[in-house]
Design a binder for this molecule. Structure first.
Ligand code: ADP
Ligand code: NA
Length: 340
């Protein structure tokens, strides 16, 4: 009885890169063919760690531009900014009172992100998974594309939804909802490459926060930058193997073959059928051509959109208006059910 609806978000915390594209955004684009989708710029999540306000504002626009440049249909789907829909924070508070401290204490990402100085982490960083549950449940989203690192948080969102449905079962029934109020959101496998690694160090994830710009291909990079970064990418001196097994213990080779495979939509084995036995310079030339072909137009469109701040801001205003229209009846029902 729930509408098939996808919710996902990315934090506006830096330059979007090939990892975000192959790990998440490609999947977002595929899902819009079959589902109603909300793609959120999760700025309230971003402030769980310190942000420079001017940079945050720029990153919100950059992420919005990236969503559009990659092909998310901002008229059919909803692209919006979390802080513009007050229901996220409001429902998060309600869900804070549903979730148990013990549940949050089990979240491994907080332990990683807070590091050794846990006492000094923001309360928001600790509470992040509750806000994420609110993001999803505010729209009664049924499907959530999540990376490995967010699976535990989605499980928590399901537990919270289930506890709310049980705790308020009679009020929910009294308000005319046939059985569950919240759906239990299902995880969806993300894009074709779950772990795109750094181009400088094949053992670290490609990341927005890596200080070396050469470690990642930014979605805003032009053809020349893409080509240069791939040519400079770290490799080993061996030829490419003809079988996938030969990539074991060769993280840089495995990463580049994986990127090629994900960009072209084939398996690594297929890629090695073509390039196995050959040297890296031949393979890198092909990878440059492919990456420029796929990413060049995205970079060009992002560059064009960078100058269109009024347009970007309007997309976010329209998106927030439409998101609010979905959220408000749900939030009003939550309040009725709970007695306020
Ligand atoms: P967030 O903090 O919102 O998760 P990230 O930049 O870490 O922001 O990730 C945004 C999305 O891109 C997530 O779905 C994440 O799993 C995916 N992602 C990030 N880095 C990579 C990577 N190196 N390889 C594959 N997917 C990635
Ligand atoms: Na992440």
């Amino acid at each position: 009885k729930f509408v098939n609806r996808v919710f996902s978000g990315i934090q506006p915390t830096g330059h979007l890169h090939l990892g975000n594209y192959l790990g998440a955004i490609i999947k977002f684009i595929e899902l819009q063919k079959t589902h109603d989708c909300l793609y959120c710029v999760v700025d309230l999540h971003a402030i769980t760690v310190a942000q420079n306000p001017d940079e945050l504002r720029a990153h919100i626009r950059e992420l919005t531009a990236a969503y559009i440049a990659c092909g998310i249909d901002y008229e059919k789907q909803i692209i919006f900014n979390q802080s513009q829909v007050s229901g996220h924070a409001e429902l998060a508070w309600v869900l804070n009172c549903v979730a148990r401290v013990g549940w949050l204490n089990r979240m491994t990402q907080f332990k990683e992100k807070a590091g050794k100085d846990r006492e000094n982490a923001s309360v928001g960083l600790y509470d992040y998974p509750i806000l994420m549950a609110a993001d999803i449940l505010l729209y009664k989203a049924t499907h959530v594309p999540v990376g490995e690192d967010q699976k535990q948080h989605l499980e928590l969102a399901r537990d919270i939804a289930q506890k709310f449905n049980l705790d308020f079962a009679s009020a929910i029934a009294a308000h005319g909802f046939e059985d569950a109020f919240f759906p239990l959101p299902e995880p969806l496998i993300q894009g074709p490459a779950q772990r795109v690694m750094s181009l400088r160090d094949g053992t670290k994830k490609m990341s927005k926060s890596d200080p070396s710009d050469n470690s990642r291909i930014n979605l805003s990079d032009d053809a020349e930058a893409i080509a240069q970064k791939i040519r400079k990418a770290k490799t080993d001196p061996e030829a490419l193997p003809s079988e996938v097994e030969g990539l074991a213990k060769r993280p840089e080779a495995e990463n580049l073959v994986g990127i090629y495979a994900a960009l072209i939509g084939e398996t690594k084995a297929d890629v090695l059928k073509t390039f196995g036995g050959g040297n890296f310079s031949t393979f890198k030339t092909a990878l440059v051509d492919l990456a420029v072909d796929k990413l060049g137009p995205i970079g060009a469109e992002m560059k064009r959109l960078k100058a269109e701040t009024a347009f970007i801001d309007q997309v976010l205003v329209n998106g927030a208006t439409r998101a609010r229209a979905l959220a408000e009846p749900h939030m009003a029902a939550v309040k009725d059910i709970m007695g306020f």
